[in-house]
Design a binder for this molecule. Sequence first.
Ligand code: ZN
Length: 473
Amino acid sequence: MHNVGWLESLKGMAAFASRPPSTRRNVAAVFLALSAGCAIAAAIVVHQPEPPTTPANARHETLQAAKMAAPSHAPGQSLALPLTRISVEAAPPTIIERNVEIARGDTLMAVMLRSGSDRATAHAAITALAKSYNPRRLRPGQGLTLLFDPRMPGGADAESKRLALIQLAFAPNVEREIQVSLNDSGRFISKTIYKPLEVRLHRAEGAIDDSLYLTAKRAGMPAPMIVELIRIYSFDVDFQRDIQPGDHFEVLFEAYYDEAGELAKYGDIQYAKLRVRKTDLPLYRFAMKGGEIDYFNNKGHSVRKALMKTPIDGARLTSRFGRRKHPILGYRKMHRGIDFGAPKGTPIMAAGNGVVEIAAWNGGYGRYLRIRHNGRYKTAYAHLSKFRRGIKRGKRVKQGQIVAYVGTTGRSTGPHLHYEILVNNKRINPLRLKLPTGKKLKGRELARFQDIRGVTAQKFAATPAMTRLAESR
Ligand SMILES: [Zn+2]
């Protein structure tokens, strides 16, 4: 894949679509601008899945209704009201709801103070929250709903303008809502509400007229699933060169729906088949004994290669492995890696699954990353501008995951990636390397795979082809 631009934007889409609805809402406008012409992705994005009608939401609605009704109320009367159950009968009609969002650099405490809570109450609520959810995991863009009762003791202090917080709630993902509520004895209690999701299968297929991406999009396939489709074939198919008019694709993928029947998130591709240059390339998702998941062809062979030869998209090979005149030192020296010219900041992927062995400055290599893939193979990446956040010694990485960015640190004349493959700690020519292919299922595991393959084929046959995902709800 050489068309970095759209691939990156697709990756963005995938990441985007997996974010909770509250964050999606806020970037939707920007996203729409970015993806003009990408009608399907846009349709999915702007559609805001309403949360199912859980008790919380039902209450929310009654609150809204109560606010609108807003009968006059003597302040003294409300003090004896129970504080946890908020319904039309029990709730004072003046409950204030505030929907706020965590900003970059924010803390939960700061957001709560800004929303009108006093420090002691906010602290009590955060302490209760921490029992079920680490507040540090809240990310910018996360929406929060705060309920205040202005007529509670200590609430609506005219001088401080502070309000009495009675509930803090947010949904860290589509399946979970966390509520921290004040109970009858005046203590904050945290609880997690799980929303059951139902998985449904969708089938998309079509003749590839121009590109796989455009064809799949027209066939109603959502962008995150197209990205996944391209990813699982990326070892086998060069989407820039191999795809020709008349080629064909078909896919069976999962989507999760909430109780109201609204799309909550996408799942996995269970099966796909590409016909490329008159060759059928079927792939089936299969979980191996150890839990590792991969895609296998009809024979139970994984197409995944152990290592990528080019761990960077759209880069130009600028210097090969071997003896050359060193551009800085001036004398002839063995070049024990290969160089890819690319602009500063171009993402670099982990060439294979493994563990970060070094992520540090390393002399002439500049900022340097080394990944140990197994007892035999390691890969190294040099002259980096920076490491991806969280990449440090001991960190597990997955093949294709972005781990660092191109730079020109250390002994380097311009932005490029210096890439090395080490076999038994000896640097070898990556271009000459005969890469071991992925796994071949055998024996019992192969038999189990063939069973699952049969079931999947039946499911595919039984699933009607979709036109648009929106209509399949
Ligand atoms: Zn080099």
